[in-house]
Design a protein around this ligand. Structure first.
Ligand SMILES: [Zn+2]
Length: 265
């Protein structure tokens, strides 16, 4: 799908909340709004999608299912802040990074170690002195970091929708932090739609556990929210091989599940 079609589809949902922009990015082929849609309610749930332009099921599932997601959030008194396509020129070009090729784009924080070194991820649990917000990187990421820092409150839930283009087959798994209980339930519900990549190498030196969950302080937006104190923060991944309708159904399970988790607080 191209950006114009996605944008038109998203804008059809404008009456369901406040649809506006938190910035704009530009490349040689055009200018792209950074869209957000917000709805009122109690606990805040942030949903992000489209960091990687070749992982289209996140933005498409929001285009197709936003009305029912918003209805469900309203019924549960959960406020939503939805960022349906974080990297519009990448989506348009069907490329992982933006059309200018700036990467990586899901890098929010660095870790300062006791010896003063600054690193982008913690492969092992080691002491660190503080986290530092990234101030350099692609325009989309800098705009999103500023936007997240402006949120009126720390969200209770933050869900990021991705896909995995690196291995074959119809599969889903998730990155998460903390007590696996809430996520195991969502994995089990996802398993009715697609198989789960349990105990699987999902990236170089990165493995899912027996539940299909990966724990990794990778400096991403998900890690940022975990460090900020967000109670529930996860990334749901389907392989890009997964049938689009099924990938969207998995995303819907996780969006509804995150609304349930936020509603409990
Ligand atoms: Zn991704």
């Amino acid at each position: 799908m191209r950006w114009n079609e996605l944008e038109a589809g998203l804008r059809r949902h404008a009456s369901l909340g406040i649809l506006d922009t938190y910035g704009e990015v530009e490349d040689p082929k055009g200018r792209y709004p950074l869209l957000r849609l917000r709805t009122a309610g109690g606990a805040l749930c942030v949903i992000t999608a489209g960091f990687h332009g070749d992982e289209q099921s996140g933005p498409i599932s929001l285009m197709e299912h936003l009305p029912e997601v918003i209805d469900y959030a309203r019924a549960n008194d959960v406020a939503l802040a939805v960022y349906p396509c974080l990297n519009p020129s990448g989506f348009d070009a069907f490329s992982r990074y933006n059309r200018n090729g700036e990467k990586p784009n899901n890098w929010f924080i660095d870790y300062e170690l006791p010896d003063g070194r600054v690193i982008g991820e913690l492969r092992e649990i080691v002491p660190y002195t503080r986290t530092l917000l990234r101030t350099v990187g692609p325009a989309e990421t800098r705009a999103l970091i500023a936007e997240m820092e402006r949120l009126p409150a720390t969200p209770v839930g933050a869900l990021d929708l991705h896909q995995d283009p690196y291995f074959d087959g119809h599969l889903a798994y998730a990155y998460a932090f903390g007590d696996p209980g809430p996520y195991i339930d969502l994995i089990n519900r996802s398993e009715r739609i697609v198989p789960i990549a349990r105990s699987h190498e999902v990236d170089d030196h990165t493995h899912s556990d027996e539940h299909g969950l990966v724990y990794f302080h990778d400096g991403s937006v998900t890690d940022y929210f975990m460090r900020r104190g967000t109670a529930y923060t996860a990334v749901v991944e389907t392989t890009t091989d997964t049938d689009m309708a099924l990938a969207c159904q998995v995303n819907l399970v996780w969006m509804r599940g995150f609304i349930d988790l936020c509603a409990r607080v």
